[in-house]
Design a protein around this ligand. Sequence first.
Ligand SMILES: [Zn+2]
Length: 262
Amino acid sequence: MTGGERGLLVTYDGIVVGRREIGENSCFIDILTDEQGIVEATAHGAKKINSNLLSSAALFSYSTFCLNKNKMRYTVNSAKPKFGFHEIGTDIEKLALASYFAQAVKFCTSSEQNQLESSRDSLVRFFAVALYETLHAGETRTLAAVKAAFELRYSVMLGFSPNLVACHNCGHYDCERGMYFLPRKAKLVCADCLNPEFEGERVLLLSETLFAMRNIVFSPLEKCFKFSVGERAEQQLSQIAEDYFLYRTERTFTALEYYKKL
Ligand SMILES: [Zn+2]
């Protein structure tokens, strides 16, 4: 502080979802927070090797940030790392997927208002779990499954929850002849109730796919990525989740296009 006006000190737990270099030593970082959405803050000297912000200002670092707020501008005062996901950077596919997640939250999270009023889940916690699952993909589940879970659960958190409880018409949880997902209407209809003339776009779900979708939508955050599907169901789930997310958010993401080209 060089005297004059002192700002207000605020503390947030957050994850760095964007970073832009300024000059030789400093950078702007976009911090995802539950309280203020995306907060842009200047991290002075963060690129110096002896800086105590070196690891906290890195992309995907999860830290407690103490910020100085002055006339709507934030400066990082200090930061205490909670978890670093920097190892994601050693795998180009994982890095590309995590970058898509970061772009998605940056585009869909308002920085002015307290966001996610429709959801009681912590977005920061969700993002941390998504990064953790991305980092560990390949061990118990594939990157494609992690991506699908992110897209579907994040849609729910944004208020676009599909109704996956039961057939919209008869209320049955399952049907011997199968269940259809109607992506544009965000609901299920069983094969007995389906009216081919009126229902429009639809997908006959593999039972594994429906099981996975219900797990993603209804589980507590920590468990929404934890399911296993066979190859065919994974393909179906991937298509449904990506289409659903892009249609609901009305966005295209350059980071997604890049990921898909790899
Ligand atoms: Zn029915």
